[in-house]
Design a protein around this ligand. Structure first.
Ligand code: TYM
Length: 339
């Protein structure tokens, strides 16, 4: 029987946040790499869909890889690599562009939001921002992936990957497995501490509401103590009516492996106020990130070791993806090169 295959990735568009960690990376490390043949990718090509600075991209790609390892991805258990090191991503991306439609791309929520942001800044929208979910589908489908562990914001993209797999298979024969997204029970969408209506994102311009994995403990504390809450009184978990408070409850619950509603009840029963909740959340987040920060310092001190991990990872990823991408090329009618 073939082993369950898991694939996921993170974009090096900014410094990884606690949203990335709780929404995705923590599960990759604690669960996924132990129960499946798992691949995790620093998706650098995706980071070029909006205006980018080459030196920063290079720096953040390395930092993201280091952080994935610091978060506990173990190269003895899973495959960690950089997307642009494996040509199969773009090879398959093109075939899937011939499978997807313009209309379905324009319906993607993230495209609409990011395109509007780029236009608001007076910039133009790169064509790759529109086709990005197709490349993401290629990332997933080329490995015969069963499960894609992601935060809630990527659900629509994984849904597209499912549609494209099914459509391709129906037209050309059974080449791809149809994957499914998995999400964490708590903290599947961590919100910005200053703007609880918006997702905490690594590329946000204002960073006072964003908890970065490498923020110093006192910076983490300050950001949490200054988090926007609401004018209601008492502690209650209600994402619709009390978004700022509920976000803190989710952070605390996720950091201490509990349920937000239970945490809320505990604080409400004790008659605690926002100040106590914030202090406890800050303590829990600092403790959660302490080992990650310590390991990151060790890993960053040995770049040759990181290079070796990424080299071996890319080689394995290439070997796994190639036969399926070749099969897809043949299935659509492209003439195989004489070998
Ligand atoms: P990216 O780099 O934005 O985020 C990496 C992972 O972190 C999750 N995440 C969050 N979870 C909870 N709360 C948040 N505030 C939060 N912000 C981010 C994301 O859901 C994601 O799981 N398109 C993807 C990268 C990608 C990918 C793939 C993922 C490219 N190809 C193939 C899976 C499979 C992205 O931009 O993630």
């Amino acid at each position: 029987m073939t082993r369950l295959r898991i694939f996921s990735g993170a974009q090096p568009t900014g410094h990884l946040t606690i949203g990335n960690y709780l929404g995705a990376i923590r599960r990759w490390a604690e669960e996924d790499q132990h129960r499946a043949d798992a691949l995790f990718c620093v998706v650098d090509l995706h980071a070029m869909t909006v205006e980018h600075d080459p030196a920063r991209l290079r720096r953040l790609t390395r930092q993201t890889a280091q952080l994935l390892l610091a978060c506990g991805l173990d190269p003895a258990l899973c495959t960690v690599y950089v997307q642009s090191h494996v040509d199969e991503h773009t090879r398959l991306g093109y075939l899937l562009e011939c499978t997807a439609t313009d209309g379905e791309m324009r319906r993607m929520v993230q495209y609409k939001e990011k395109a509007a942001q780029e236009r608001a800044k007076g910039g133009s929208v790169r064509l790759s921002l529109l086709t990005y979910p197709v490349l993401m589908a290629a990332d997933i489908l080329m490995f015969g992936t069963d499960e894609v562990p992601v935060g809630d914001d990527q659900a629509q993209h994984v849904e597209l990957a499912r549609d494209l797999a099914a459509r391709f298979n129906q037209r050309y024969g059974p080449v791809f497995r149809v994957p499914r997204a998995t999400h964490p029970a708590v903290a599947t969408r961590v919100m910005d501490l200053q703007e609880p209506g918006a997702k905490m994102g690594k590329s946000r311009a204002v960073t006072s509401g964003v908890l970065r994995l490498l923020d110093e403990p006192d910076v983490l504390r300050k950001k949490i103590m200054r988090a926007v809450t609401d004018s209601g009184s008492g502690i209650a978990y209600d994402r619709e009516e009390r978004p700022g408070l509920s976000n803190l409850l989710e952070l605390l619950a996720a950091a201490t492996s509990r349920k937000p509603a239970e945490v809320a009840e505990e604080y409400a029963a004790a008659g605690a106020g926002y100040g106590v909740l914030k202090r406890d959340t800050a303590d829990a987040v600092v403790e959660l990130l302490r080992p990650v920060q310590r390991r990151h310092a060790e890993i960053a001190a040995d770049p040759a070791q990181v290079d070796a991990v990424l080299r071996a990872g890319a080689e394995r990823a290439r070997g796994l993806a190639r036969p399926r991408v070749d099969a897809a090329y043949e299935a659509v009618g492209l003439m195989p090169a004489a070998g």
